[in-house]
Design a binder for this molecule. Structure first.
Ligand code: MTE
Ligand code: MO
Length: 447
């Protein structure tokens, strides 16, 4: 559809907007880049996207069509790199190979429950070797407890009540690639999330068995993954949460994912699932929980890690996160369109298209999802399902009408239970790009 632009559009436009217009839209000189949205511009943009644009008159000034911005250039400057990993769908996209990080394009998040083969991967260190006898895996709970635990996975399974919940796991940086200027870290589109059925026991039950002292204030998580450098003294990741979050009934110590023993790449044999909060709290290869009397200060705590400004800062500015920052807790509201895929070519004459997706909102439920096919001039409400349990995502469906053949964009935006809606572009810029929840746009071509 109009060809993929290999360089980032922002890179292209930064030095010389007119030259960029000429490259993108084939115009040699003339009005500034904004000019391409007037009559003549619309025609050349139509040529660039390969069709007429029935709702072109509604296009916001300066909008780069989703068909041309597809692939999110910042995420994949040389085009998407497919993941080649045992048991994984080849449609997953590698964002980094050391450490291994891969996201799930929205159109592969079309299942009600995300299969293990399509679940995103995020590591900070090396992937430890798979263990043979999972039930012998040991977990230590120490620190501010009266009864230090050293318990095997086998005993965890037999001594505590098993819970099974379908819940979203979402990387704290999901949506980061939409930040301008670019924020540090993996350039996730919306694919740093998935919703699986997790089997485990309540962390609260384990902490009760360890008999928390009245001084217990925070957790600190440790796992078996070696640091990237291989140095013994260095820790890949060690985050923690307030005791109240640890004691929530949905916070689990998990040993199975979608009915299978927890795969090694997802932290098997044992991990935390801390739903609604950044994925980095859901520690993989979990072997120790240190209960602390103050906020944990491990790798990934403090500074600008998983922290966002309290009062907005100047985009692109330096900040050390020491003042005016708070820990990112609940993830923001987000809807994804899982069908049709971005860039879909639909049959000539098709006048109605079924649209599907999912929506979730960290600790909150989703109140509504709206879709637009006319660049946001009008919106219609979708059919939104109820979550199976708290922290489940909510699948949605809609039928949208397309009055004639041509180029359309389907936009989706969700609103959470508090009334907070997704923005057009991410708000509250921060150096590591957390909380980016810009609404998704999907380009479709009819005919
Ligand atoms: N031990 C350990 N746990 C970890 C990580 C890690 O690097 N090491 N990454 C965290 C981050 S940042 C995320 S988003 C989730 C990703 O889980 P997944 O790879 O199963 O999708 O795991 C978290 N748990
Ligand atoms: Mo993450």
């Amino acid at each position: 559809m109009g060809g993929t632009i290999e360089r980032g559009l922002e890179d292209l436009y930064a030095p010389d907007g007119e030259r960029a217009d000429a490259l993108v839209f084939g115009r040699k000189s003339g009005p500034s880049r904004r000019g391409f949205l007037r009559q003549a511009g619309l025609a050349s943009m139509g040529a660039a996207v390969g069709a007429s644009i029935p709702f072109g008159a509604n296009m916001p000034q300066g909008l780069v069509p989703a068909a041309l911005a597809q692939g999110v250039p910042a995420a994949a400057p040389k085009g998407p790199v497919p993941l080649d990993f045992p048991g994984k769908d080849k449609g997953l996209v590698v964002l980094g190979d050391r450490p291994l990080v891969a996201e799930t394009p929205e159109h592969l998040l079309d299942d009600d429950t995300t299969p293990n083969s399509r679940f995103f991967i995020r590591n900070n260190g090396q992937v430890p070797e798979a263990v043979m006898d999972a039930d012998k895996w040991m977990l230590t709970v120490d620190g501010e407890v009266n009864n230090k635990l050293e318990i095997s996975l086998g005993d965890l399974k037999s001594k505590f009540k098993t819970q099974k919940l379908r819940m979203v796991l979402e990387c704290g940086g999901n949506g980061r690639s939409a930040f301008q200027p670019q924020a540090r870290g993996n350039q996730w589109t919306n694919g740093g999330a998935g919703c699986a059925e997790w089997t485990g026991v309540r962390l609260a039950d384990v902490l009760k068995a360890a008999a928390l002292k009245s001084t217990a204030a925070f957790t600190g998580h440790y796992g078996a993954d070696p640091h990237l450098s291989g140095a013994a003294g260095q820790i890949a990741l060690s985050r923690g949460m307030p005791i109240a979050k640890a004691m929530e009934r949905h916070t689990l110590v998990v040993f199975a994912m979608n009915g299978e023993a927890l795969p090694n790449i997802h932290g098997g044999p044992l991990r935390l699932i801390v739903p609604g909060w950044p994925g980095s709290l859901s520690h993989k290869w979990l072997n120790r929980i240190w209960v602390r009397d103050k906020e944990h200060d491990g790798q990934g705590m403090g500074g600008t890690s998983y922290r966002v400004p309290i009062a907005p800062i100047v985009p692109g500015s330096n900040a050390d996160g020491k003042t005016n920052f708070r820990n990112l807790e609940s993830m923001p509201v987000r809807a994804i369109i899982s069908s049709p895929a971005n860039g879909a070519k639909l049959t000539t004459g098709l006048r109605e298209v079924a649209v599907r997706g999912a929506a979730w909102a960290g600790e909150y439920t989703v109140r509504a999802v709206d879709v637009s096919t006319d660049f946001g001039s009008t919106w219609s409400r979708v059919n939104l399902s109820a979550p199976k349990n708290r922290y489940d995502w909510q699948r949605w469906t809609a039928k949208v009408k397309l009055p004639m053949d041509g180029y359309y964009e389907i936009w989706a935006r969700a609103t959470d239970a508090r009334g907070v809606m997704q923005p057009h572009s991410p708000a509250n810029w921060n150096p590591q790009g957390y909380g980016g929840n810009a609404m998704q746009r999907v380009a479709v071509l009819v005919g």
